[in-house]
Design a protein around this ligand. Structure first.
Ligand code: FPP
Ligand code: MG
Length: 197
């Protein structure tokens, strides 16, 4: 509930169209799997503050930004049961809104005051983009082998899941060993999630 409330607050912009696109994209209940992973991992590490709510919003924004860009890349018409942003507003506004959302998430991660968090999240995002590029490179290759497939989903999906779990550990000031364990756990959940998807 707190994550949802903060997501609503994010729509605040003095440009009406930005508010409109934000309401359209952030309002229609995605599954919020990544914020849930953040909250559960933070709790597992004994975290007692409220930064896990912000972190949940941050990862949901990174994820939503990536879907907006992915729909442009894929020329998709539908996302989460409604017309995709590129379909409603065109590629130019959609790509810029994705940038806006990503910039917001970065600013929020800086505000949490831990450089390591920004490092973990930007590292995950770099891998996410690499995964999407590999996806484009290999798209339509029916002879794709298992190793290449696993490498793609590792970067495209597992990277952000790993980042969610690891960032939660960073937030909770765990030991490096616990941080690595949580990252590994998030990674495996991400691989499983993408295999099913
Ligand atoms: C969905 O793939 C796409 C992703 C999981 C990642 C997309 C990543 C980017 C576009 C990189 C840009 C990142 C940012 C932060 C701006 P899919 O097409 O297989 O799944 P779908 O059926 O849900 O579209
Ligand atoms: Mg797609």
């Amino acid at each position: 509930e707190l994550v949802e409330r903060e997501i609503v607050a994010l729509r605040d912009s003095d440009i009406p169209l930005v508010r409109e696109i934000a309401t359209y994209l952030l309002g229609n209940g995605g599954k919020r799997v990544r914020p849930a992973l953040v909250a559960l991992c933070a709790q597992a590490c004994g975290y007692r503050g409220t930064g896990d709510v912000d972190l949940g919003v941050i990862v949901e924004c990174i994820h939503t930004a990536s879907l907006v860009h992915d729909d442009i890349v894929d020329g998709a018409k539908v996302r989460r049961g409604q017309e995709s942003a590129n379909r409603v507003w065109g590629n130019r506004l959609a790509v810029l809104f994705g940038d806006f959302l990503y910039a917001k998430s970065l600013a929020m991660s800086v505000a949490l005051g831990k450089l390591r968090l920004v490092e973990v999240l930007t590292d995950a995002t770099s891998r996410l983009v690499e995964g999407e590029m590999l996806d484009v490179i290999h798209n339509g290759h029916a002879e794709l082998d298992m190793d290449t497939y696993m490498d793609i989903i590792d970067r495209k999906t597992a990277s952000l899941f790993a980042g969610c779990a690891q960032a939660a550990a960073v937030l909770a000031d765990t030991s490096p060993e616990q941080e690595a364990a949580l990252a590994g756990y998030g990674h495996d959940v991400g691989l499983a999630f993408q295999l099913i998807d």
